[in-house]
Write a protein that binds this ligand. Structure first.
Ligand SMILES: NC(=O)c1ccc[n+]([C@@H]2O[C@H](COP(=O)([O-])OP(=O)(O)OC[C@H]3O[C@@H](n4cnc5c(N)ncnc54)[C@H](O)[C@@H]3O)[C@@H](O)[C@H]2O)c1
Length: 426
């Protein structure tokens, strides 16, 4: 099962209506409803979607639902995808004008240049996220950026620079790490940080999922097209599974600790993927260590399994927590969070709209880059067979990204092999 299948039903008229009305019901009941937005002077949000796949379309729908809930005007007025048939989905789903649906390697620049665009929904593959975010920040857009936000150290450094620029410009940024916008998580993480389970001693993070990831075959006239169409299987585009999906669980642990780990070591490999094209692995087991000695044990994989779990658990001196909503003290009754909120996929846009209208602080670009880099540190430790430290990965020059972003030949990188793979070469 892939993450998109798990979290986002396919966009059909029927489930669009179902989702919209579910949100409307949630709004009347939700404590997180942004009352600040009600009755505000009209401010119209004009969004451009960059990356019109499953999540781009889903996030577009979430943005419109959030605006409706908040009582602000919102439209999707531009779209870009590298493939024209994908950007056309924005026309079919949201009525974006033909001449505002762009494709090609520079389509994102054209979409951001459409007059009136003030909100960018950036949902292409992670490896191109830094370039898309950079362009959005340079052109002064508030941004929703999907996770993860890069595939290597150089990509993360672009993200950190753009975070600084976006702060200077007063732009607001929300990231697709939606657990940070989910009421029960917010409540439970706060309880942990307030000492409900004592001192954190260790944490476990799982994305040990129910089955192999999609593989779209080798379609395309050039090697570059084949890789982009099948992007998950190429490290430069997806960052591999530990980064692409497990970043959610890693992010929760970083959130609990309010820190990033200082080093990582571990192992993994490529089992179920066999001879399929691509060079990612399909399972990782990594130990991350924070500066205070606390460790995060992280397991992720996409193989046929009879046991699976997508979760985190936090173990403290006085108890244990599943931070999605439960505290289990050693000497007391279980506490289940009763916090109520909207669907977190909608709430993240509500929070972003709210921060723009109210001019409050919301910029999640750094925290999502921190968690992306954490995942990359773990991945590179496993690929290389070495212990990797935070500063090494942060400053690493090695990139998987081809020198030229254009249709044509593309490097075919070997599957990383511990002992052979050297991430610290320039
Ligand atoms: N937060 C969540 O729970 C969640 C859920 C699903 C997906 N996601 C994230 O959303 C992102 C996209 O995932 P998806 O499931 O929509 O994949 P997808 O394959 O359905 O869509 C990706 C789209 O990006 C396009 N694309 C590729 N290269 C591009 C480029 N250079 N410029 C513009 N467009 C380009 C592709 O053609 C495709 O249409 C991933 O980073 C994924 O992790 C997050």
């Amino acid at each position: 099962m892939n993450e998109n299948m798990q979290n986002q039903p396919p966009l059909t008229r029927r489930n669009f209506i179902k989702t919209s009305s579910a949100v409307a019901v949630g709004v009347t009941a939700a404590v997180n409803f942004p009352s600040v937005l009600r009755g505000q002077a009209a401010q119209t949000f004009n969004a451009a979607i960059i990356g019109c796949g499953g999540r781009g379309m889903g996030a577009g729908r979430n943005f419109l639902d959030a605006a409706k809930a908040a009582g602000v005007e919102a439209k999707i007025v531009a779209a870009a995808d590298i493939f024209p048939e994908a950007s056309k989905k924005a026309k079919d789903n949201f009525g974006v004008a033909d001449d505002a649906c762009f494709s090609g390697w520079d389509g994102y620049q054209k979409a951001l240049a459409v007059p009136g665009v003030n909100y960018a929904i950036i949902a292409g593959p992670p490896g191109v996220r830094p370039f898309h975010f950079k362009a959005a920040v340079e052109t002064g857009k508030h941004c929703f950026i999907e996770k993860p936000v890069a595939a290597d150290g150089p990509g993360c450094r672009i993200m950190y620079e753009c975070y600084e620029k976006s702060k200077q410009k007063g732009l607001k940024v929300a990231a697709g790490t939606q657990r940070r916008h989910q009421a029960t998580y917010i409540d439970t993480v706060k309880r942990i940080q307030d000492g409900a389970i004592g001192d954190v001693q260790f944490m476990r993070a799982y994305w040990v999922n129910g089955g192999p990831i999609w593989h779209r075959g080798d379609k395309g006239e050039t090697e570059m097209e084949k890789q982009v169409r099948n992007w998950y299987h190429y490290i430069w585009l997806s960052g591999d599974h530990i980064c692409e999906q497990h970043v959610h669980n890693i992010d929760v642990c970083n959130w609990v600790m309010n820190a990033t780990p200082v080093k990582a070591w571990g192992s993994g490999g490529r089992g179920s993927l066999g001879n399929k094209s691509g060079h990612i692995w399909d399972h990782f087991a990594i130990e991350f260590e924070y500066a205070n000695g606390v460790r995060m044990y992280s397991y992720c994989g996409q193989q046929k399994r009879t046991w699976s779990s997508v979760s985190e658990s936090i173990h403290g001196s006085k108890g244990f927590s599943n931070p999605s909503g439960t505290i289990m003290p050693k000497d007391g009754a279980r506490i289940r969070s009763a916090a109520k909120g909207l669907d977190p996929y909608v709430q993240e846009h509500v929070d972003l709209l709210n921060s723009i209208v109210k001019s409050t602080d919301l910029n999640e670009a750094k925290q999502v880059t921190d968690s992306t880099l954490t995942a990359i540190m773990g991945r590179e430790a496993a690929y290389s067979g070495a212990l990797v430290e935070w500063d090494q990965i942060l400053n690493s020059k090695f990139t998987y990204t081809p020198a030229k972003m254009e249709w044509g030949p593309a490097p075919i990188v070997p599957v990383p092999e511990p002992g052979q793979h050297d991430i610290f070469k320039a």
